[in-house]
Design a protein around this ligand. Sequence first.
Ligand SMILES: Cc1ncc(COP(=O)(O)O)c(C=O)c1O
Length: 453
Amino acid sequence: MARIPFGPTYYEMLHPEAIDPEIREKALKAKETNELDPINLFNITWKNEKGNVRKIILPKALTGTEANIVVLLGTYFPSGSHKVGPAYSTLIEGCVDGDILPGEHTILGPSTGNFGIGVSYICNLMGYEAVVIMPDNMSKERYDRIQKYGAKLDLTPGTESDVILTLERTYELKKDPKNRPLAQFELMPNYRFHRFVTGNSAIEAVKGIGNGRIACFTSAPGSAGTIAAGDQIKSVFPEAKIVALEPYECSTLADGGRGQHRIEGIGDKMCTLIHNINTTDFVALIPDDDAVRGLKVIQEGAEVLEELGVTSEQAAALHNLFGVSGICNILGAIKMAHYLKLGPDDNVVTIATDGFDRYPSVLEDLERRYLETENFVLRRWARDIFLKANTENVYDFRSSKAKEQLYKQKEKDWLPFGYSQDYLDEMKTKEFWEKEFAKVEYYDREIAKLRNE
Ligand SMILES: Cc1ncc(COP(=O)(O)O)c(C=O)c1O
């Protein structure tokens, strides 16, 4: 049997400075020279070479709020998005458990794109065959990357909100004993990666900003992995409000709405199994085309941004850092800063899952849909979308009655896939999530042990 190439522990992903200095140096070099060198597994982290969390604080002239909006940047992860973290964590836990063996198993990655890119990349580095199962109408850049990293594509009809078809297809393919799904919507490594690595990175990221605490965390769930960072944030800053964002056009969590929309990676018409509903305080809706038009303003509206008071350096620094869902998360952060009446001491943290590299085709499509996108139009969009952000369409989910609605949604989505009512009931308790989180230590020990064998 081929040797399993073991990469970093959860602890090392949070604290890359704890990695053996020789390996760390080699990994940092490989990042610049050969992205397919397996040593790049040690670059799965939110931190830069100096050990600082990669983030940007948005200019207040753009956000129109006194609160500090701090965005963690996923574009610098290997493969170009933080989804490589959950892909690696799920694969390595499977290796530790002895469920996934190189040369024997083919990895399945049900996805709408970024997780698929992450799976394709990780499998390339760790020597596994991979099949990415995804809808056939996502941005072209996603398919190109998946194929570049070597995975095969298995396409199901539709777009982002047809992800349930990819799940059904995965369940069908899973019947073949050589196939092993990295089930991002169902498996806890996704929760563990984001609670431990992303959550603690977010907590570090606000040190020295405002009051150094986090008042609010916004994240638009796809798999609802990222929003698990909120569990860690809340455990350190109990006052923090955790907000799930959805496209206005597909408001499944807010009110059971189920429609097509343009924000790739989020709004998948379900409450995923790994979503810890207990800690979700609010659900807020963002119109999908606000996120696309907002991206156009950031990418191509430097002049317009300067007219608003953003300096040319600030405008240049924003360039290429965000995708459509990143803008959605930012708009949600601004909305909640207004809704919660936050001030200059308060920090709102959000996430940019990926960068602009996988969205040029989305802006080309926007050009086709709108008659004009001259500066006078971008000026209007910048004001309407960012500066006039309103507090409409925010749903309060803090009461137990409101939570019940989300539990019902989860049951509707997951009982048909064979999960028992008992298991779903267990998920309603805090103990369930704490027990799952505590397994980080066990897996870290096992990864370190197997790595040294
Ligand atoms: C671009 C983009 N944004 C947001 C998300 C949502 O992140 P999560 O799956 O952790 O909820 C994804 C997930 O694939 C994504 O690809």
